[in-house]
Design a protein around this ligand. Structure first.
Ligand SMILES: Nc1ncnc2c1ncn2[C@@H]1O[C@H](COP(=O)(O)OP(=O)(O)O)[C@@H](O)[C@H]1O
Ligand SMILES: [Mg+2]
Length: 332
């Protein structure tokens, strides 16, 4: 891994104007993504993870607004024009979604969809593009790649479709792949295979990956660094071991407790932290996690804690400084 920053996010706010008021999907986000590294972004549903990924692609809903800065290799993406974003999107940075069916066109053969990006961003002949598509389908370990090119998405299984989407994301050799819950819709065995594939491709092509998931257990296996989001903020970040074995934020502790242990029923995962995530249209003045926090102090309602150094690159946004009651035995 090099220390070269591909992406530098600084003081990023992501806001939506709605009839119910301003929805703050992201507040004061700071994050670096370095070449070749695997960054996991973890948090419950509604914490702003997907909106952060979309912001990195410059994809913003009509009622949305970005403030702050996102630099890609020094180029500012916040406020950048369509042409500039279009050059980067799909070519230097590409995205994988949770449900491949939303990204794949059901009416187009796999081959056509795979080669489209290549022909848009590179001047490639149809034959060369087809050869490259076959090569990418091989790279994602799809059997009979030539035959797949002539198939439609519905002829493939969910896991195979996800492999096609990964091939699509890789075909222009991007520097960064953004993956939004790429394994959530898949069953456990296929989930593990897709994670393994992402890891293998990252090593082979040197592509950086930012993966969003609600499941801390998933990123613990694969990420170099992890950022934990709650209520549109990054509340803790650090190396995967900092977050997994030395987490200092009560919310991260709660996420870790929600990881099912080996042999446990998958439904046990639903027994997560009591209470509900905050309404992003009515965020409290203080810490958004305070109402659910076992370490809650009066100060937490009055002030929002900022990200402070724990040690090295480990940061947490929490006033509580004592020990957390959990034991890091989960993965052991
Ligand atoms: N176009 C939009 N208008 C208003 N609110 C939106 C819009 N898009 C997303 N949101 C809100 O942003 C918040 C964060 O959503 P999201 O990033 O999808 O969360 P996550 O991926 O962590 O589940 C949610 O409360 C969602 O309702
Ligand atoms: Mg999401």
């Amino acid at each position: 891994m090099t220390s070269e920053a591909l992406i530098e996010v600084r003081s990023l706010d992501i806001e939506f104007t709605t009839p119910d008021g301003l929805v703050r999907a992201g507040t004061g986000l700071d994050l670096d993504i370095h070449a070749g590294e695997f960054v996991g972004i973890v948090g419950e549903s509604g914490s702003g993870k997907s909106q952060l990924l979309l912001a990195l692609l410059g994809l913003n809903a009509k009622n949305g607004r970005l403030r702050g800065s996102i630099r890609y290799r020094g180029t500012e993406l916040v406020g950048a024009g369509k042409n500039e974003l279009g050059r980067i999107r799909g070519d230097r940075i590409s995205m994988i979604f949770q449900d491949p069916m939303t990204a794949l066109n059901p009416h187009l053969r796999i081959g056509r969809q795979l080669t489209e990006g290549l022909q848009r961003h590179r001047k490639t002949t149809a034959a060369a593009a087809r050869a490259r598509a076959v090569e990418m389908l091989r790279a994602v370990h799809l059997t009979e790649p030539e035959r797949r090119l002539d198939q439609y998405p519905h002829e493939l299984s969910g896991g195979m479709r996800q492999r096609v989407m990964i091939a699509m994301a890789l075909i222009c050799e991007p520097e960064l792949i953004l993956a939004d819950e790429p394994t959530t819709a898949l069953d456990v065995t296929v989930q593990a295979q897709i994670l393994e594939l992402l890891q293998e491709l990252r090593q082979r092509f040197g592509t950086a990956v930012v993966m969003v998931t609600h499941d801390l257990g998933v990123v613990a296996q694969i990420a170099d660094r992890v950022a934990v989001m709650y209520g549109g903020r990054i509340v803790e970040r650090g190396d995967v071991d900092d977050i997994f074995y030395r987490s200092r934020h009560p919310y991260t502790e709660g996420l870790r407790r929600a990881i099912p242990r080996l042999g446990e029923d998958r439904a046990a995962r639903l027994a997560t932290i009591p209470g509900n995530p905050p309404n992003l249209a009515q965020l409290p003045r203080g810490c958004p996690f305070a109402p659910r926090c076992a370490y809650h102090m009066p100060r937490c309602d009055a002030e929002m804690p900022t990200l402070e150094t724990v040690a090295g690159t480990h940061r947490k946004a929490c006033f509580y400084d004592g020990p957390l009651a959990d034991a890091p035995e989960v993965l052991a």
